[in-house]
Write a protein that binds this ligand. Structure first.
Ligand code: ADP
Ligand code: ZN
Ligand code: ZN
Length: 716
């Protein structure tokens, strides 16, 4: 008898046994279709045994085996199984998330033809998307959606060639573009350290100030890796995955560099997956989920901007891509490089613990002078629309010198509040109990939490007055105001509103590079990974929110933003200036940051965390629950608390906090609560959760709320 244990694509922790009635013996890691209740469900084989704890006559048979071999490499399989335990997340969902979406359906992958579409003359002339035309020989290797293929063929835009693609042997003619800068001493030291231990697992922190040439270090290290025929995985935050980033890799090596980001369709993702797995591409650059790409011969992982919060998945399986990447590097026994100007406190802690090794780039590669930083005490200063007189003077000065000015404001829209001047009524999102943001251009009120929107009212909904006023400042308003203040100066705003359209961010960026923009306004989108050589003045208009936030990481986030932003001022030998508007210039955080720099700030903050017993000195697991009437979630979490408090499992080092309302207590029409578990021993905490988790569903309120679990939560 052969019993197959299957993890189903369902949100349940349990796996199920089935019988195998066919005579093929698939491998662990292959997909199967099985009966489940009245449905047929796809699953992945997690074990093959000769016995079951379920009576044989109760076992059903597998309907279909989809793959004769495992879809997972050995190392990826181990990592995912580690993650299932570490994140306490249902096995089926974790395993399927690591596969391209096309393989989450019953599509067989071995037989999926790799179609070559040869673009016809007509197609090339104008009708096809750009990714077709980018191939010099007019052959697109892209797997396209069936629908698209048919359309292009029917219109005579392409000819299909169903030949399988000859494995691309990039290793053969491998060469490095000789047009590259001479590395400085610090860069050379870093490259030498990493390259000389290329063959084993080491976590390197490459701590290099903005513009210090970290990317040059990655590229030079890659020379060693690629020359040995090994592949590389490069993770970047969503926002910095711009054509400039990709071009630097493509320009340097004559090898296939593939890109994975959220705007690819399913077929495109699948194509990249196949190529990496077959060893046909040398480098994969991608955002968070690119971590699950399989490689024929992975040689190194690089995580750029390792501190970036977008590496943490914010719903469902809340993994942290950086942490999981470290696990992956360990399992593959390869080096991993975490690069950033502003390391996360977790990473600095790991360096102090001697788990990670730090390499430092302390100087900007292309301009010698660091920016001059000012704190501008706003108390009593004349200001218009959030801009103080001294800032306005500085802006004029820099613009007159022919340079660019960059202003940061972490608030989109025209104004955060629309208020009735007669009766004080405020337009609020009913689902979140939070004021709507006024978006003037779209003539809309928009909730920044749940994205609900409604047309801009002409009258107060309470008293009928038409005297509605916008209170507070958003980037849209700033743009309007500056455009009228500086009528001859081109102004551009970069935030999520202006960059929704595909390609718009790229357009703005290239306009900025070419100097067609003189004043840049942006949210933190603008802070990441972009180098603008002509920007000499950078200002943060409002820093004070971060100083008084309920989230214990807010100071760290602010310090990172500030440091990233100030690194944007003054390149190419032009003296940069950074101006921070604040009502609290004596705040110790600002003082340390300005006078001693990010690392000093980070070490000080880490020490405070140690004294307060906060992460990374203690481990956190957060249970979240929400309901629609604000009654049940807290009761459920109280039941959960009692479960953990239960004497038999009592562990004096376990701290339970809550239930408390979440950081955002009402959101999307539901009320959110949380229960925080903390323990100085991660292993102990994991153990307590393992023991108690199976009991959660026995709690009487468990099925009356939505609940989830977040291991190493970051926004609490
Ligand atoms: P980072 O990734 O740390 O922000 P980059 O690698 O992008 O820094 O380098 C910033 C700029 O400096 C780039 O234009 C890069 O080409 C240039 N650069 C990097 N290293 C050197 C060097 N050793 N000599 C001259 N220019 C360099
Ligand atoms: Zn009113
Ligand atoms: Zn809302």
């Amino acid at each position: 008898m052969i019993v197959i244990n299957v993890a189903l694509l369902l949100p349940i922790a349990q796996t199920f046994d089935y019988l195998l009635s066919t005579n093929v013996t698939p491998e662990v890691g292959s997909r199967v279709i099985v009966p489940f209740g009245k449905r047929q469900i796809i699953g992945i084989i997690t074990a093959i045994r000769e016995y079951s704890n379920v009576a044989t006559n109760k076992l059903k048979s597998i309907i279909k085996v989809l793959d004769s071999r495992s879809l997972f490499s050995d190392s990826l399989w181990r990592i995912l199984n580690w993650a299932i335990i570490y994140y306490h997340y249902p096995a089926g969902e974790v395993l399927f998330q690591a596969l391209p979406i096309l393989l989450r359906q019953s599509k067989p992958y071995e037989t999926a033809p790799l179609l070559q579409l040869v673009t016809t003359k007509k197609g090339y002339s104008n009708h096809l998307p750009d990714n077709f035309k980018s191939f010099p020989n007019l052959v697109s290797e892209l797997l396209l959606e069936h629908r698209v293929m048919l359309t292009t063929q029917n219109k005579g835009l392409s000819d299909p060639h169903q030949q399988s693609i000859v494995a691309c042997n990039w290793q053969l003619g491998f060469s490095v573009n000789s047009k590259r800068p001479q590395l400085n001493t610090e860069q050379n030291t870093a490259v030498f350290a990493i390259s000389s231990e290329y063959y084993r697992f080491i976590v390197w922190l490459l701590a290099g100030v903005t513009g210090s040439g970290k990317t040059e270090v990655y590229l030079t290290v890659l020379e060693t890796i690629l020359a040995k025929g090994q592949q590389a995985l490069v993770l970047v935050p969503e926002i910095s995955l711009t054509p400039q980033t990709i071009l630097r890799f493509r320009d340097r090596f004559n090898v296939p560099v593939e890109v994975l980001h959220s705007r690819l369709n399913n077929s495109e993702r699948f194509a990249v997956w196949l190529k990496a797995r077959r060893g046909e591409c040398a480098v994969v650059i991608g955002t968070r989920s690119a971590l699950f790409t399989q490689f024929a011969k992975l040689g190194i992982i690089i995580i750029d901007e390792e501190h970036d919060r977008s590496y943490k998945q914010h719903e469902g399986w809340r993994y942290h891509a950086r942490d999981l990447a470290v696990v992956r590097a360990r399992e593959e026994n390869i080096p991993i490089v975490l690069g950033t100007a502003t390391p996360s406190l977790e990473t600095i802690y790991n360096v102090q613990q001697k788990k990670y090794r730090q390499l430092t780039l302390s100087m900007q590669a292309s301009s010698a002078r660091p920016a001059i930083q000012y704190l501008l005490d706003m108390k009593g200063l004349p200001i218009t629309h959030g801009i103080s007189m001294p800032l306005l003077d500085k802006m004029r000065e820099h613009l007159q010198a022919g340079n660019q000015v960059m202003l940061f404001l972490n608030r989109r829209g025209f104004a955060p509040v629309l208020l009735c001047h007669e009766c004080g009524w405020i337009s609020e999102c009913q689902l979140c109990d939070h004021s709507y943001t006024l978006h003037q251009h779209q003539r809309q009120l928009r909730c920044r939490h749940c994205n609900l929107y409604r047309p801009l009212p002409y009258q107060c909904l309470q008293c009928g007055s038409t005297h509605l006023i916008a209170v507070g400042l958003g980037t849209e308003q700033l743009e309007t105001v500056l455009t009228s203040m500086f009528p001859d100066v081109p102004v551009t705003r970069i935030d999520r509103d202006t960059t929704v359209r595909k390609g718009s961010l790229e357009n703005y960026l290239s306009k900025i590079y070419k100097g067609g923009v003189r004043i840049l306004i942006g949210t933190q989108m603008l802070a990441k990974g972009h180098h603008f050589p002509d920007v000499t003045l950078v200002s943060l208009l409002n820093a004070d929110n971060a100083l008084f936030s309920g989230n214990f990481r807010a100071a760290e986030y602010f310090a990172q933003l500030y440091t990233q932003v100030s690194g944007r001022a003054g390149r190419a030998g032009k003296q940069g200036e950074v101006l921070l508007q604040t009502y609290y210039p004596k705040h110790p955080l600002l003082q340390t940051l300005l006078h001693q720099g990010y690392m000093a700030f980070a070490k000080k903050t880490l020490e405070e965390r140690r004294q307060a017993n906060l992460p990374p000195f203690t481990s956190y697991v957060l249970f979240r629950a929400d309901d629609h009437d604000n009654l049940k979630a807290s009761i459920f979490l109280n039941q959960l608390r009692q479960l953990f408090d239960n004497r038999s499992l009592c562990d004096r080092s376990l701290y339970l906090m809550g239930p408390n309302p979440a950081l955002l207590p009402k959101y999307g029409g539901r009320f959110h609560w949380q229960l925080l578990l903390s323990h100085h021993s991660r292993t102990q905490l994991q153990h307590l959760i393992d023991v108690n988790l199976p009991l959660v569903n026995t709690l009487s309120y468990a099925r009356k709320v939505k609940w989830s679990l977040d291991v190493d939560p970051i926004d609490i």
